[in-house]
Design a protein around this ligand. Sequence first.
Ligand SMILES: NC(=O)c1ccc[n+]([C@@H]2O[C@H](COP(=O)([O-])OP(=O)(O)OC[C@H]3O[C@@H](n4cnc5c(N)ncnc54)[C@H](O)[C@@H]3O)[C@@H](O)[C@H]2O)c1
Length: 340
Amino acid sequence: MNGEHMIRVGIAGCGYWGPNLVRNCVVNEHIELKRVCDLNPQRLGFIKQQYPFMETTTRFEDLLGGDIDAVIIATPVQTHTALSRQALNAGKHVMVEKPFTTSVKEAEGLKALASRKKLVLMVDHVFLYTPAVQKIKEIVKRKQLGEIIYFDATRTNLGLFQRDANVLWDLASHDLSIMKFLLNKMPRHVSATGLSYFKNGLESIVYMTAFFDSHSIAHFHWSWLSPVKVRTILLGGDKKMVLYDDNEPSEKVKIYDKGVGATPSTSKQHDLFISYRSGDVVSPKLDNTEGLKQVCEDFAQSIMKHQTPLSGAEFSLDIIRILEAAQQSLKKGGAKVKVG
Ligand SMILES: NC(=O)c1ccc[n+]([C@@H]2O[C@H](COP(=O)([O-])OP(=O)(O)OC[C@H]3O[C@@H](n4cnc5c(N)ncnc54)[C@H](O)[C@@H]3O)[C@@H](O)[C@H]2O)c1
């Protein structure tokens, strides 16, 4: 593709995550990274060390001129809505980091604005784009697991404590986006309990249960107080079950041909005979494409082809709906709160 057709991009925020976006945009054949912005000149110096010819600026407005088509926002969550709104109003397509916004109202506002302006608005729900999650989606779609009964996620670490967000708003977007993508449905209610280790009102441990209309349940454990890093998801179907362990270097996904069956006992009316099935364990081969590479590609393709990205505004708004309901439940000591 020649230069004329490339999407001209500006990136705001070069702290911890932004440089990964810079790296992926620089090598993407459909993206021309025009300029990088951060309020902190030291972070711009860090980018300059790696890309000496990169244009840098401390003014977000410098990403809104006529030489840029799209803006990527990797700044702290409290700034997402204002910066996205500014970019959309300037006619720029926007990709913003997770979590999309700090409230449903803000996310709805941005979605409506993007739709009015006919601009692409997406959120970097990077896990959806990883070979592991894509493979599990394929398995679910082919009904290899049968009916999904449960989704069980654990994402724990020692830190990193955030100053402006609790563990729910920091980590949950990942697992909630994976759940929504794989199950293709929204919970009706959630119940969340947690604890603030520093007693500063920001929970460092959260347990959340999600309840669906159908015969299925989801449970989540997020923590900054774990001595070990755990990144697992169990997906249980009535035919097979999947274990996704993101810490595994190669065999991240394992499909267990295990399950249980029940037949009524003939002797006692209410008794059941439980039978256990234990078959093979298969670990499908996965390529090692970086999820973020696919995120940037989806952003560029969605702009070029006027299509909705995998993690577009509607999808991402649903994640905020769950987060907001979970936050309300935390405040109410774990009461069941309606989602949406
Ligand atoms: N998708 C993922 O897997 C993933 C991973 C880590 C972080 N994130 C998300 O990325 C975002 C940034 O997180 P981080 O850990 O990189 O934070 P960070 O604090 O390390 O970096 C944020 C940077 O944004 C800059 N900044 C703040 N306001 C700005 C503004 N108005 N204009 C320009 N620059 C501004 C800061 O100076 C800082 O350098 C958060 O939303 C976070 O949740 C996503």
